[in-house]
Design a protein around this ligand. Structure first.
Ligand SMILES: C[S@@+](CC[C@H](N)C(=O)[O-])C[C@H]1O[C@@H](n2cnc3c(N)ncnc32)[C@H](O)[C@@H]1O
Length: 248
């Protein structure tokens, strides 16, 4: 093992200005290197993962990737669409603290009664009750215009996706900001099959990658997939395919 070589390779791959790190959606395939048979053991128990005792409903690869991205990006604003128990938002706020980044976390959900008591009482996160079908009421343009950049937006509600990303695109996403769309891996949704309680949510989930791809094709030069994070655990080695996007 030559540790000098490992260091050199790592520096080369992380280089933010390296042109091949960022690629257009048309150069990406909707597939991943994680075998389908591994999905169940890897993702089935995501609801049993916790952070400070609160459910942390993230894929295992995101648990490693997001802190690296947060450190590199140094976001001043993090917006999470879909708060659920609040574990993801608290985890992100803790990473801002850990990295001494002066940023703020906003997390929206249609049903804030789902929040864990500890999350509810954490004043660092602005939990907002609202509906993705009416996203402009949750984040009015005036409010967005005052939120400092860089932004990290994580869509994780699986509702009205195209209108939601279009809204943030038209109301503030700037060069250097990141947009992540979670659960674009169609196979992940199909895994649950008839066991998924909410049929409509599952149907939206299965076509999430197609919806995102179609939107991205119209914005090919504005949003590029960051392959450093996207492919760190193999091609699209995640439940989120082609969806760690940098606004350029
Ligand atoms: C997958 S969970 C979010 C998980 C969370 N981001 C985390 O990391 O722990 C999806 C959430 O989206 C919320 N949701 C569903 N429909 C919504 C809508 N129309 N507007 C806003 N939130 C919605 C659900 O209530 C649920 O809590």
């Amino acid at each position: 093992m030559n540790y000098q070589n490992i260091l050199q390779q790592a520096r080369h791959k992380q280089e933010p200005l390296k042109p091949e790190r960022f690629v257009k959606i048309s150069d990406r395939k909707d597939k991943c290197d994680i075998p389908t048979s591994a999905f169940k053991p890897l993702f089935e128990n995501a609801y049993l993962q916790t952070w400070k005792g609160i459910i942390l409903n993230k894929g295992i690869t995101e648990i490693a990737l997001y802190p690296m991205l947060v450190y590199e990006l140094q976001p001043k604003t993090i917006i999470e669409i879909g708060a659920f128990n609040g574990g993801g938002a608290i985890w992100l706020a803790d990473h801002l603290d850990l990295f001494e980044i002066e940023g703020h976390v906003y997390s929206v959900d249609i049903d804030l009664s789902l929040l864990d008591e500890k999350a509810r009482n954490d004043s660092r996160v602005h939990f907002l009750e609202g509906d993705c079908n009416n996203i402009n009421a949750v984040f009015p343009p005036q409010m967005l215009s005052e939120l400092p950049h860089p932004w990290l937006i994580i869509e994780d509600a699986h509702v009205n996706l195209v209108a939601v990303v279009e809204y943030f695109h038209s109301n503030g996403l700037q060069s250097g900001d990141y947009l992540i769309v979670e659960d674009t891996n169609r196979l992940y949704w199909e895994l649950w099959g008839d066991n998924w309680d909410d049929r409509a949510e599952m149907e939206q989930g299965v076509k999430k990658m197609d919806d995102l791809r179609n939107w991205l094709i119209d914005h090919e030069k504005e949003y590029l997939v960051d392959t450093y994070y996207q492919d760190l655990y193999g091609y699209n080695g995640s439940k989120n395919w082609n969806s760690i996007l940098k606004r350029v």
